[in-house]
Write a protein that binds this ligand. Structure first.
Ligand code: SF4
Ligand code: SF4
Length: 174
């Protein structure tokens, strides 16, 4: 467990976040807890929304970027809509995900999804028995067969966003 003393604090963290376009609202939080009281996933997160904000302000960067809270959020935007100080928490959370990924802190469920899309062009591989099942169900509903994606284009996009390195890293792990 992270020892909470002055040595663990990154006092520049609040400015690292608030300097980003649209994230300045972080500094206006008054810790009223309204965001947490209405959060749709509050019982599943290790840090409730108001505690994530407080941790960002206090400089607990490691704790925030390692929390499951930033990945469990469903981005329903309820917290943002209800905040009396107009803190755009759901947007800030998306920024925190980006920062976590840059530090290599990404849950394997997410990284393996990127790899699957990189290799297949679909979130679920559309091959073999799975393809037969999908085609049969679509046929029953009167839907046409799926048009195969342009895998090269998808891989180009993933490479350009920087996620390509992640996909390659995971391939090398195999
Ligand atoms: S609702 Fe807004 S002001 Fe209140 S704790 Fe959450 S982020 Fe801070
Ligand atoms: S956007 Fe995320 S943190 Fe905000 S209320 Fe919805 S699930 Fe909770």
């Amino acid at each position: 467990m992270l020892k909470k003393n002055a040595d663990n604090l990154d006092h520049s963290f609040r400015y690292e976040i608030s300097a980003k376009v649209g994230a300045k609202s972080l500094l206006k939080c008054i810790q009223c807890g309204v965001c947490s009281s209405g959060c749709t996933v509050t019982e599943y997160v290790d840090l409730q929304p108001h505690r994530v904000v407080a941790s960002c302000l206090l400089g607990l960067k490691e704790e925030v970027l390692s929390s499951n809270a930033i990945w469990t959020c469903s981005l329903c935007h309820r917290c943002t809509e209800r905040c009396p100080k107009n803190v755009d928490y759901s947007f800030i959370l998306a920024l925190l995900r980006n920062l976590a990924v840059k530090e290599g802190k990404i849950p394997k469920e997410y990284s393996s999804t990127v790899v699957t899309i990189y290799n297949n062009g679909y979130v679920v591989p559309y091959t073999g028995g799975l393809k037969d099942n999908i085609d049969r169900r679509r046929g029953k509903m009167g839907l046409p067969e799926l048009v195969p994606p342009d895998l090269k284009e998808i891989q180009f996009i993933i490479e350009e966003t920087g996620l390509g390195a992640l996909a390659k890293e995971k391939e090398d792990d195999k």
